[in-house]
Design a protein around this ligand. Structure first.
Ligand SMILES: [Ca+2]
Ligand SMILES: [Ca+2]
Length: 358
C-alpha cells in the first residue's frame, strides 16, 4: 500500500479507535448498569409480546433491607422466551370467556371441603350465608388499629369477581383496557391453555422485570418512587386510609399507562400483582445456595409459608396499586408473595408466556 494511502487509513481509523476505547471505559462497576438489549416486540396470536433474550442474572434481593424471603441472591440462567407486553386485560379475558363459557373460581359455589384444607384443623365451618360466590375486595377503612390485621381493609365480598371487581353494582364496562382481577391461579391456567400459552416461571418473570439492569432495586433502576410518582402505579399517602393518587390512579390503571422497562414491558411492578407458575416457599432460595448456577429453575417441590403453614400457595410478583413502603414494598423485581391457588383478589392478575421460537 502506498505510504500516503496508509496514513490516510490511520487518520480515518483513529477517531473510531478513540471512540471504542472511550466507550469501553464507562467508569461504572460491574454492579451498575449492564447494556440493555432492546427486545423485539411482535404480535403473537393477537397479543403484543416481547422477546426476552437468554441470559444470566442475580435473582433475589441484591441489596440490604429487603424481605427475608428474597435472600440470598443467587445466579440464574434463563433461556429466551416471549412474554406479554402487558398484564392480561378485561377485554382479553372476556374474549376467552365468550369462546369457552369458562366460569372463574370467584363465580362458583364455595367448597368448604377445599377451604378447610387451608385453615388450622378444627376451624368451624362458616355459615352458608358466607360460603357464597365472591372474592376479596380492598376497602379503605377510616382508621386502623395496626397494620398486622389485614381484615381491617380486605373484605370478603359476595358477588365480587372479574366482571364486578368492586362487588355487585360495579362493572368492567369502562375498564376494558385495565388488567383483569379476581383471577385465581386456576383461572389464569385455564386462560393460558385456551391461548396456547403458559404462565412465566418466577425466574423468567424476575429476569424480564429487571429489563436488562443488573442488581438494581427497581425495574427502572434506583430512583425512589416516593420522589417520582410517575414510575409505577402504587400507593401514595397514608396506607390503608388515605390514597392521594399522585400517580393518577387510586385503583388499577389502563395497562401501559406508565413508562415501560428496558425490555419494553409495561407494569411489571405495580398496577396488579401477577401469578407465576412456581409454588411459594419462603426458604426456597436458602435451599438453592448449594448450586453454582440455576438454569431455568421451576420453583420448589413443596409450598411453605410460616404465616399460614396449612396452605399451599403459588408465587405472586410485582406488587400492586395498593403497595406502599410503610406496609408492602413489593414493587420491586425480587419481591415475592404467596397466595392460595383458588384465591382471587381485587389487585391480582397475570400475564403469559409463549414458547414460539424467536
Ligand atoms: Ca396509584
Ligand atoms: Ca404488574
Amino acid at each position: 500500500m502506498h505510504p500516503l494511502r496508509k496514513l490516510a487509513n490511520y487518520i480515518i481509523l483513529l477517531p473510531i479507535l478513540l471512540l471504542s476505547i472511550l466507550s469501553c471505559d464507562t467508569g461504572k462497576s460491574k454492579d451498575q448498569l449492564e447494556p440493555i438489549e432492546k427486545a423485539k416486540i411482535h404480535e403473537v396470536d393477537g397479543k403484543r409480546m416481547v422477546w426476552i433474550p437468554s441470559g444470566k442474572f442475580q435473582m433475589g434481593a441484591n441489596q440490604p433491607g429487603e424481605y427475608q424471603r428474597e435472600y440470598p441472591a443467587h445466579e440464574v440462567e434463563i433461556d429466551g422466551f416471549w412474554l406479554d407486553k402487558t398484564e392480561v386485560t378485561n377485554r382479553e379475558y372476556l374474549k376467552f370467556v365468550k369462546a369457552t363459557g369458562y366460569l372463574t373460581v370467584a363465580e362458583r359455589e364455595v367448597s368448604w371441603e377445599e377451604l378447610k384444607k387451608q385453615v388450622p384443623p378444627g376451624t368451624p365451618k362458616p355459615p352458608d350465608s358466607v360460603l357464597m360466590p365472591g372474592s376479596m375486595v380492598f376497602e379503605a377503612p377510616k382508621e386502623v388499629s395496626n397494620l398486622h390485621d389485614f381484615s381491617q381493609w380486605w373484605k370478603w365480598t359476595i358477588g365480587a369477581n372479574w366482571r364486578h371487581p368492586l362487588g355487585p353494582g360495579s362493572s368492567i364496562n369502562s375498564l376494558m383496557d385495565h388488567p383483569v382481577v379476581h383471577i385465581s391461579h386456576e383461572d389464569a391456567l385455564a386462560y393460558c391453555e385456551w391461548a396456547g400459552k403458559r404462565l412465566p416461571t418466577e425466574a423468567e418473570w424476575e429476569f424480564a422485570a429487571r429489563g436488562g439492569l443488573n442488581k438494581m432495586r427497581f425495574s427502572w433502576g434506583e430512583d425512589d418512587p416516593r420522589k417520582n410518582p410517575k414510575l409505577a402505579n402504587i400507593w401514595q399517602g397514608d396506607f390503608p386510609i388515605q390514597n392521594t393518587a399522585l400517580d393518577g390512579f387510586i385503583g388499577t390503571a389502563p395497562v401501559g399507562s406508565f413508562p415501560s422497562n428496558g425490555y419494553g414491558l409495561s407494569d411489571m411492578t405495580g398496577n396488579v400483582w401477577e401469578w407465576v407458575s412456581d409454588l411459594f416457599n419462603e426458604s426456597y432460595y436458602t435451599e438453592l445456595v448449594s448450586m453454582t448456577v440455576c438454569k431455568n429453575p421451576q420453583g420448589p417441590d413443596r409450598s411453605f409459608d410460616s404465616r399460614n403453614p396449612y396452605a399451599t400457595k403459588y408465587v405472586n410478583k410485582g406488587g400492586s396499586f395498593l403497595c406502599h413502603v410503610s406496609y408492602c414494598e413489593n414493587y420491586r423485581p425480587s419481591a415475592r408473595e404467596g397466595t392460595t391457588p383458588d384465591s382471587g383478589m381485587s389487585h391480582l392478575g397475570f400475564r403469559t408466556v409463549s414458547n414460539q421460537p424467536q
